[in-house]
Design a protein around this ligand. Structure first.
Ligand code: NAD
Ligand code: ZN
Length: 362
């Protein structure tokens, strides 16, 4: 088992990563001063697979478990689901020293964290992410929230978990496409922060795609370590944390114009990363060779890198301007200068974006 620390003063917490960790959940939770009751939040898909092990472990450690199941799907990351969670918590008489456990992917993690941040003005919660995206990204860093019909992730709070427990064995049941989508965020960490890790991903492709335990543990460990490092330097995204949005300005625009149907998040981010690298090249910041290397790694992991026919810069640029991370009308991009280092660029000219987005088949 690997153990990492997210360093945030009195809100610091550990991330445990390893095989067959779910049965240890109760023992890990015992170390905190929770009262006897725990709300276990999940969805039917994940609960059927892992609910009994998670609940059983908590019960064995003396907790009373209230199972709170919300339907599976991004559309349930909503205020309506929040109300259901609050109601279940109130009926079960969870108090200020009770805790929530999020058992599931990013949807369950985000909504459970937000419920924890607001129930009785804030209670503790534990993240048990079961998707690769959850394990390398959404469970670490304390961004929680729900969607509003007028915008994704528009309602939320910064609320750090007390513990993140990552059982890599849960990835065995994750649909392959979801797994690959999570790898886009992993590739992102290599590009923004660590060329050595990028090389590890180049060399270790077969082991990672074959779900080799050691390779997966290293992928998740290093990803969490990089995210934790960035978040502990800039918890509330005053500056540096924005680098985690590499590939996301274009990626979000792709998700918007395709109505969140054609691509999974990581797939859109993969395309976004390639075109952000292209843009950096257009602006003279990044060598062609490095653009090709980034694209090759994206493709090696079975992810899309190119815009499909029919989606053009004229569709995407307006969608980018709607990105909430756009500050006062200027477009902000995270652009690589080399593999392992990025910079934040504001005020990029639309014609340069158009030029970058026009690349196909190279
Ligand atoms: N808080 C953050 O910092 C942050 C960062 C990135 C993404 N997010 C959010 O995360 C969400 C996406 O998360 P996601 O990609 O994990 O999607 P998800 O939570 O919808 O999970 C994807 C699918 O996999 C299923 N599943 C989960 N674990 C499984 C397992 N082990 N075996 C089989 N099936 C399993 C789920 O039921 C679901 O159908 C979005 O709402 C996004 O906004 C948050
Ligand atoms: Zn992302």
């Amino acid at each position: 088992m690997q153990k990492l620390r997210v360093d945030l003063g009195d809100r610091s917490y550990s991330i445990l990563i390893g095989r067959n960790l779910l049965p240890e959940l109760g023992g890990a939770a015992e170390k905190f001063e929770f009262s006897g009751k725990i709300g276990l939040v999940s969805n039917p898909t994940v609960f059927k697979l892992y609910g009994a092990t998670a609940a059983g472990s908590l019960i064995k450690s003396g907790f009373e478990v209230e199972e709170i199941i919300i339907p599976d799907g991004e559309e349930y990351k909503s205020l309506a689901s929040m109300e259901k969670i609050y109601e279940a918590m109130l009926r079960a008489k969870l108090d200020r020293r009770s805790a929530l456990v999020a058992l599931g992917g990013g949807v369950i993690g985000d909504i459970t964290g937000f419920a924890a941040s607001t129930y009785m003005r804030g209670i503790d919660f534990i993240q048990v992410p079961t998707t690769l995206l959850g394990q390398v990204d959404s469970s670490v860093g304390g961004k929680t929230g729900v969607n509003h019909p007028l915008g994704k992730n528009m309602i939320g709070a910064f609320w750090q978990p007390r513990l993140v427990l990552i059982d890599i064995d849960t990835l065995a049941t994750l649909p392959k496409r979801e797994f690959l989508s999570g790898l886009a965020e992993v590739i992102k960490y290599g590009v923004i922060w660590d060329e050595g890790f990028f090389e590890f991903l180049e060399d270790g492709k077969d082991a990672v795609l074959g779900l080799d335990g050691e390779a997966l543990t290293e992928v998740i460990r290093r990803s969490c370590e990089i995210k934790a490092e960035v978040v502990s330097r800039d918890e509330r995204e005053a500056g540096l944390r924005a680098i985690l949005n590499f590939g996301h300005t274009i990626g979000h625009a792709i998700e918007t114009v395709t109505g969140y149907k054609k691509y999974l998040h990581g797939e859109a981010v993969a395309i976004g990363m390639y075109y952000a690298a292209r843009l950096a090249n257009v602006l003279g910041l990044l060598q062609e060779r490095e653009v090709s290397r980034i694209r090759a790694l994206i493709m090696a992991y079975g992810l899309p890198s190119e815009l499909p026919p029919g989606i053009e810069a004229t569709d995407l640029i307006p969608a980018m301007e709607l990105d909430k991370k756009t500050v006062s009308g200027t477009l902000k991009f995270i652009l690589p200068e080399k593999i392992g280092a990025v910079r934040i660029e504001k005020g990029i000219k639309p014609e340069d974006i158009r030029k970058a987005l026009s690349f196909r088949g190279v």
